[in-house]
Design a protein around this ligand. Sequence first.
Ligand code: FAD
Length: 515
Amino acid sequence: MADDGQRHVRVAVIGSGFGGLGAAVRLRRAGITDFVVLERADSVGGTWRDNSYPGCACDVPSHLYSFSFAPHPQWPRNFSGQPHIRAYLERVTDTFGLRPHLRLGAEVRALHWDGRELRWEIDTAQGPFTAEVVVSATGPLSDPQIPDIPGLADFPGKVFHSARWDHDYDLRGKRVAMVGTGASAIQIVPAIQPEVGRLTVFQRTPPWVMPRADRRITGPERWLHTKVPATRQLRRQLLWGIREMQVGAFTKRPGRLGLVEALAKSHLHKAIKDPELRARLTPDYRIGCKRILLSNTWYPALTRPNVDVVTSGLREIRGNVLVAADGTETAADAIVFGTGFHVTDMPIAHRVTGARGTTLAEEWKDGMAALRGTSAAGFPNFLTIIGPNTGLGNSSMILMIESQLNYLVDFMRQLDVLGDGIALDARRSAVDEWTRTIQQRMQRTVWNTGGCDSWYLDANGRNTTAWPGTTAEFRRATRQVDLAEYEVIRPPRRRPDDEPTPAAAGRTTAEEVAA
Ligand SMILES: Cc1cc2nc3c(=O)[nH]c(=O)nc-3n(C[C@H](O)[C@H](O)[C@H](O)COP(=O)(O)OP(=O)(O)OC[C@H]3O[C@@H](n4cnc5c(N)ncnc54)[C@H](O)[C@@H]3O)c2cc1C
């Protein structure tokens, strides 16, 4: 195992959210202990460390939104809150002996592929490392995005993003502006509405909102799940199966979502009696095109006397006055941005330089693309967890993460079989073929045809984030590494004095290596 002084490791994992911690567990289980987990923050948890805003909870039931290899019979609610999920990830870290591998405060600033030594050079805030394999688990929703609003820099009040909540700032009695009506905003607004003085919600596009079947998981249920693990597994299977059955409507037959739309409309009608407000809250695009949100408290909160809904984006800020695109002016003491994350422009992509001397961001300028959501061409031994087109609209991301971890373990096994010092680089033709198939399938999906603009789409309007199939299908696609989809890079021959020859490392096919 890597001790504190060791700077070369077999595997460097970047990030300690579900993806990075899961990778660490699976590496250890595969007998690989020579690895570090590089985390920029001072504790583990990723999403569930950073999003501590009032009301933060998962919107996929906890018994599905957790690792299959680390079941938790004691989940307190169907949709457990952020403190519980964060505590779960801390427990996973302890239970699986991951602490010695953690390097906290180790932001990865740059990674370069060394084509002679066939390894990654990694510059971190804790000094340099080298690694044969890099697992990038920096998260699709980990770098908050605040829009470039004219005048924001001169706003005299408090400004923060939902994922960087300032708990030292007292919102009581304040005039607060909530910008955005996405998954975070609809949890925040009902939680802070009772205590703020005035709350103005800036809504560019109304979300579709369905009832949230949340409840406490009772003592007897928890007892049963602890004593009879099969009941817990059954619960998870049911939660999974229901969501798998919904996938076809999202990906192939969006017309069938009409019934779901009717349910969401009735939810809206029951909660909002004022027809004028209801009209402003009614979406004009197909349900599912943007993430369907779950809440029983969002609509009631919007009807409270201290809440205003401005159905227009925030255009500019003049002093402490927020001006919407429709000209509405609102004075505020604080602005909370629930405006999402850098999803299709992953910050880590700017920091990774591959075999051709270009960054991942440069390679992805026309859209993110990676074989089986994991391997980009020209970036040998570099695997992304939750890479391009692995996102889900209706089920647990942990299912996708675990599939990619199966792929990682097989990748490591293939490297062992091929021999020392060998690297695998996804063939461009294989990446292109994979991407072409995904994009073809994407044409029919609700995300592309539903008439909305969402964070699933990149600046070119291409959907490079969502997975257009079931989670079972993705699991099958990532069960094993197909070596035919990779170029095998052999180390350069060495001179007797152990200096590598000037010749570049040899690239070949798996069959040639076997011969
Ligand atoms: C509020 C919120 C609620 C969500 N709810 C759900 C849900 O109910 N169901 C669901 O399926 N998904 C949900 N998601 C999506 C969620 O992000 C994923 O399910 C999952 O947590 C992602 O895990 P991850 O490890 O890939 O990324 P993250 O949890 O984001 O972890 C990434 C880690 O990488 C670190 N990192 C980033 N860059 C660097 C760097 N350069 N150097 C070192 N470290 C770095 C970050 O600090 C972070 O710790 C939610 C997301 C948010 C924001």
